[in-house]
Each structure stands twice: as C-alpha cells, then as structure tokens.
Design a protein around this ligand. Sequence first.
Ligand code: T5A
Length: 211
Amino acid sequence: MTRGKFIAFEGGEGAGKSTQARLLAAELESRGIACVVTREPGGTPGAEAIRALLLGTEGEGWHPRAEALLFAAARSDHVERLIVPALERGEWVICDRFVDSSRAYQGAAGGLSDEDVLALHSVGSQALLPDLTLLIEVSPEVAKARAHARDLGSPDRIGGRDAAYHARVAAAFSALADAEPARFARIDGNGDAEGVFGDILGTLQSHFGAL
Ligand code: T5A
C-alpha cells in the first residue's frame, strides 16, 4: 500500500483555506483519489472538545504556554487517531491548518520560541510534517472583509486579537515559507475561488507530478 499524501492549508483568517480544501477534495475524488478533509484545532472528538476550550470566548482564556500545550494536545489526538491511519490506508489527508499555525500564532505572534513549539510537536505528534503546505496569502483588507462576512462581526478568541497580532502571524507564515521552499508553496488568495484553485492544482501537479 502506497502511503497517501499529506497536504496542509495555512494562512490567516479568511484567506480561503476551508473553501480551497473542499475544492481540492472534490477534485481528487473525481480523479479516483480517496481523501479525508479535516481541520485544526479539531478533526477527532477529543480534539474538537479542545477546540471549544481554545476558541470559546467565555472566561479569561489561556496563558500563551497553556494555549500552545492545548493546541499540541489536540494535534496529537488528531495525528494519532485520524491523520496517520488515513495516510497508512493510502488516502490523502487535506488538513485545514497544522503545526505551522502553532509556529505562527503561539510562536512568533504569541511569544513562544519556535524551538519550544517544535518540541511540543515532537512529543505530541512525533514531529510529523505535511508533504506539502499551501500558504494562502491575502491582503489584510480582503482577510478582514471575508472573516467579517463569515463571523458576522463576532470572531472567536484568537480571530478577535488585534491587527498587530495578525500582522505578526502573516509575517511569520511568510518567513516559514521562505525558510522551507521545498515544503511550502505560496498561493495568492486575493482572486476568485476558482482562479485560486487553478493555481493550487498547478502547484500540486508540479510538486507531485500528474495526479
Ligand atoms: N490557531 C489554529 C492557532 O492559534 N494555532 C493553531 O495551531 C491552530 C491550528 C482557528 C483559529 O485557531 C487559531 C487560528 C484561528 O484563529 P478556524 O475558524 O478554524 O479558527 O480558522 P480560520 O482561519 O479562522 O477560518 P476561516 O474560515 O476564517 O478562514 P478560511 O478557512 O481561510 O476561509 P474560508 O474558506 O472559510 O472563507 C471565508 C469566507 O470567504 C469566502 C468564503 O465563502 C467565506 O465566506 N471566500 C472567498 N470569497 C471570495 N473569493 C475567494 N477566493 C474566497 N475564498 C473564500
């Protein structure tokens, strides 16, 4: 059995990750490639329960280190129970966010070192990395308009942080992509969904060959 491919979408709120993940899954299925679409934080019952703890807006929230530990715990359950078994069955896994979100949000923007975030990932998820990480980048204006339309003005605990925090997240994603060009592909997400998807399909074909 050939192991499936692990594709992650990354980027800020409203970049279009979920939209593109769904389009990619439909395209792969139409080509006879079995795939699983999942998300972080979440994807398994345990990780979805942690998601509610992390993103709910009640209470005082979490200290940055506790937040990072909770994301790592959710990811550990997700990797162990869903991602690795699917890859071993030969299915492709399309994941809406993965560890690079922790590196950008809890690391660069939240104040933890990249080494500490990667150490948590090593303990929790045996340092699993995607075969390809698609970083969807949009202007701050486009991101704000799309996220506002989706949230109806009531963002979750992390989406609701200030513009400076989200600017640090965007800069961190950009730096991660620059540092690992073999694993990352940068996608301009400002255009319409079909046009962005065309770029993603072209990127997959140049990365993995004919699908
Ligand atoms: N987080 C997550 C961390 O801090 N650390 C971590 O380790 C992880 C894993 C998760 C939050 O947790 C944080 C990051 C986040 O703050 P979430 O809701 O799962 O929250 O993630 P979001 O990024 O907030 O999800 P969004 O739905 O806002 O963003 P998407 O998925 O990028 O955008 P999408 O596809 O849902 O589209 C948003 C809207 O725009 C429209 C869609 O129809 C939708 O209405 N749209 C477009 N419109 C025009 N043109 C296009 N090309 C469009 N693409 C989408």
